[in-house]
Design a protein around this ligand. Structure first.
Ligand code: ZN
Length: 312
């Protein structure tokens, strides 16, 4: 069976679009690699942030929905995203968060910094050994040596950990790596065999009597896992169907092709192809500068842009 080498991207919901652009672009120094609309709801902006080219595993994306209420974290949701930073970079980020007035808490002997984005999404910066081997995007505000290197880990809160575990192991080819108490929760860590340098780890947190989450501003919408190509994606679809789950048909997302299914605890999973990537409609130097639309929406460009929330 095929094995997904890691997380491809995570998509969350932000409120005010300008505030998200400022926080992730200026404050955290991620590169805005694509500015488009939600292909399934053209009234919402869709921003893609990542490393210089938006490599799979580095990408965090947002649907801007200032009209929605705040989400409430709970079971059946991705509840935290950790980005890798190089060893020795934590003090830089602690100083920066102090200057920016971003509240944070330290964990893991000062090597992990937990904080929230302006909409309440839980994030972490974690020093990892692998981070230094990955290119750091030199933004206007953050030096490349301290830049975020991609998604180190993701935490899912689930009511039925055994069922979600089957989706990860039998659907995606991942393996359980550890199993331990974590406060009042049980934490099961999964890793991708032969994982990519980023995105190859994930934690399930579970305990009895978990309340269901409510999706809204500050919630994660879905998590996408990597497929090398269309053929491998089709193999994943087959494996997922064998578990009694129902993947969608392939959707063309312009920068990758995707299938979606809800895993048994309710988290929306996507399997996205590595290619073609974000350079299909903008040159490297210009990534994220235009509002890019798929061909079938170009005829409605003015109407679509007029219906989007103001960024400024
Ligand atoms: Zn997605």
């Amino acid at each position: 069976m095929p094995v997904s080498s890691g997380v491809h991207h995570i998509t969350a919901i932000c409120g005010h679009p300008g505030r998200a652009l400022d926080f992730y672009g200026r404050c955290l120094g991620l590169r805005l690699v694509k500015k488009t609309v939600n292909f399934d709801d053209t009234t919402a902006w869709h921003f893609y942030f990542g490393d210089e080219i938006g490599s799979p595993g580095s990408v965090l994306t947002f649907f801007a929905r200032p009209d929605l209420p705040r989400g409430e974290p709970g079971a059946g949701e991705v509840v935290s995203i950790a980005f890798a930073i190089p060893e020795g970079s934590a003090p830089f980020w602690i100083d920066l968060f102090n200057d920016e007035g971003v509240p944070f808490a330290l964990a893991d002997g000062g090597r992990a910094i937990a904080f929230h984005d302006p909409d309440g999404l839980a994030l972490e910066l974690v020093e990892t050994r692998a981070a230094a081997n990955l290119p750091g995007y030199e933004s206007q505000t953050i030096p490349g040596e301290h830049a975020l290197r991609g998604i180190a880990n993701t935490t899912l809160l689930v009511a039925d950990a055994a069922a979600t575990a089957r989706a990860l192991t039998e659907g995606l080819g991942w393996e359980p790596a550890s199993h331990a108490r974590f406060g009042e929760y049980m934490r099961i860590r999964f890793t991708a065999p032969d994982a990519a340098e980023i995105g190859g780890a994930l934690d399930l947190l579970t305990r009895a009597d978990l309340g269901k989450g409510k999706q809204g501003v500050g919630s994660v919408h879905h998590i996408a896992f990597r497929a090398r190509n269309d053929a491998e994606q089709a193999e994943f679809a087959f494996a997922v169907r064998a578990l009694g789950l129902t993947p969608t048909d392939v959707r063309d997302r312009k920068y990758f092709r995707s299938i979606y299914f809800r895993e048994p605890s309710g988290v929306l999973f996507e399997i996205a192809t590595d290619g073609p990537g974000f350079l299909v409609d903008e040159k490297l130097a210009k990534l994220g500068t235009g509002v890019m639309l798929p061909a079938h929406y170009e005829a409605r460009r003015e109407e679509i842009l007029a219906g989007l929330a103001k960024v400024g």
